[in-house]
Design a protein around this ligand. Structure first.
Ligand code: ADP
Ligand code: ASP
Ligand code: MG
Length: 424
């Protein structure tokens, strides 16, 4: 008997009718002889609604005490979903039981609003499965060592599902969503984007970390660490399609690099509008300055992404970096107060209207000239590149936010992503 984990996103759980459809699909899998665990998200829009409510009550949201309460509030969306899905399954004639994160329990650290899963107890769930029950577990939430409810960051239900699959040693984890797989880029931005039948784990990790919201990055990390077979597929196919056909649909995340993948130069394009750029001009060019600038930023728990330091002239240099847009004003305030006087900077410039566009592909390891093709494509469109960063299998550029869609479309075309030159 195989154990399968299904995860359904917000849109897939978006109405009573859709929840009944999810129940029918899950029941189909259970009747075919599979043990089933289902991890649903909150109904679409619900997490935003809850967090918006919290903002209306208290606009100041930076203290740990407040973030604790945000998790109390936001986690309720998933709690409603599991209850609704369990009764929909019961209406299908199945035995089903729902659990909140703390009931499993899904143990996390104490980092409210972005907690990490540390351990999942399998005893209760295993007993239910052995008794023939379908187990419905909340996505997105867990419990810290003191019994406080935590949440895993936006999009975190993906991570819950993969972590549950890893802990219970499931045979496969299927992520059902509102697109029918992982595409060469977000199909909402490029209509010609093409679904990939498979994508390597490393490429998926890059795509997720560079902004493709189809999978939360931590879910991909978990899948890699515990080798969880992972597939992204549509929840909008008719629930009664042939099960084997459904099981082969969508996009499989693969752990083996096959030859076809080696041939693909670029597999996908990711983008991220959530960053802001900060530059300190004319800082002293001497040992320790990067630390003087970024040390206080790190101490304030602010993540830094792209970092660039220019060649110096007359002992002075320019230093730029990006942070999440939510941290932009906090970082600027901190630099003004703590850093500027100590590094001799002549000016501090900030730009929250930037975006990062990245090309990703395992084939970049073995092909030269990929980055230069990216740069010439952007130059042909008159798009100025503000920052560049590369790794073995990706090249990212920071550009003006207003050119984001143009850049993604032009690059999608330039790398022939719609024409089947990448793995089918
Ligand atoms: P869910 O609520 O099911 O978790 P999400 O909205 O989190 O769904 O993720 C699915 C969305 O991810 C799609 O609707 C699509 O717009 C977006 N997306 C971004 N990049 C990609 C990509 N490369 N392939 C497929 N979808 C993508
Ligand atoms: N409901 C949460 C969110 O909207 C978690 C998820 O959907 O994955 O971010
Ligand atoms: Mg999601």
């Amino acid at each position: 008997m195989t154990l399968i984990v299904h995860k359904y996103g917000g849109t897939s759980m978006g109405s009573p009718e859709r929840i009944r459809n999810v129940a029918k699909r899950v029941a189909k899998w259970a009747r075919a002889g599979h043990q089933m665990i289902v991890v649903p998200s909150a109904m679409s829009g619900e997490t935003n609604r809850l967090l918006e409510l919290a903002k209306l009550v208290s606009p100041e949201q930076s203290t740990p005490e407040l973030r604790r309460e945000l998790d109390v509030i936001a986690s309720t969306g998933e709690q409603v979903s599991v209850g609704l899905l369990a009764i929909a399954l019961q209406a299908e004639g199945m035995q089903a039981v729902s659990y909140a994160g703390w009931q499993v329990p899904i143990a996390t650290d104490v980092a409210y609003t972005k907690a990490r899963i540390e351990r999942i107890d399998d005893v209760r769930v295993k007993a239910d499965l052995a008794a023939g029950r379908i187990v419905v577990i909340t996505g997105f939430q867990g419990v810290d060592p003191d019994g406080n409810v935590t949440t895993l960051g936006r999009g975190g239900s993906d991570t819950s599902a993969v972590a549950v699959a890893a802990a219970l040693k499931a045979d496969e984890c299927l992520i059902y969503t509102d697109v029918d797989g992982v595409y060469t880029t977000d199909p909402r931005i490029v209509a010609e984007a093409r679904r990939l039948k498979s994508i390597s784990f490393e490429e998926m990790l890059e795509m997720a970390s560079l902004g493709s919201k189809v999978l939360q990055i931590r879910s991909v990390e978990f899948a890699g660490k515990y080798r969880v077979p992972l597939r992204v597929l549509s929840s909008f196919t008719p629930w009664d399609i042939d099960l084997d056909e459904e099981a082969r649909s969508g996009t499989l995340i693969t752990f083996e690099e096959d030859e076809k993948m080696e041939q693909a130069v670029v597999s996908g394009i990711a983008f991220n509008r959530d960053e802001a750029k900060i530059s300190l001009l004319g800082v002293n060019d001497k040992p320790g300055v990067a630390h003087l600038i970024l040390g206080p930023v790190a101490d304030a728990n602010i993540d830094v992404d792209v970092i660039i330091q220019n060649v110096s002239h007359d002992g002075r240099t320019d230093f730029s970096f990006t942070v999440h847009r939510n941290d932009y004003s906090r970082t600027m305030d901190l630099l003004k107060a703590q850093v500027l006087p100590r590094v001799g900077a002549s000016d501090l410039l900030g730009d929250p209207r930037i975006c990062k566009v990245s090309i990703v592909g395992i084939g970049m390891r073995s092909h030269v000239g990929v980055a230069s093709r990216m740069f010439s494509t952007l130059s042909d469109e008159g798009i100025n590149i503000q920052m560049i960063t590369t790794s073995e299998i990706k090249t990212s550029v920071v550009i003006d936010e207003k050119y984001m869609e143009l850049a993604v479309r032009a690059l999608h075309k330039a790398f022939d992503l719609e024409q089947g030159l990448t793995p089918p």
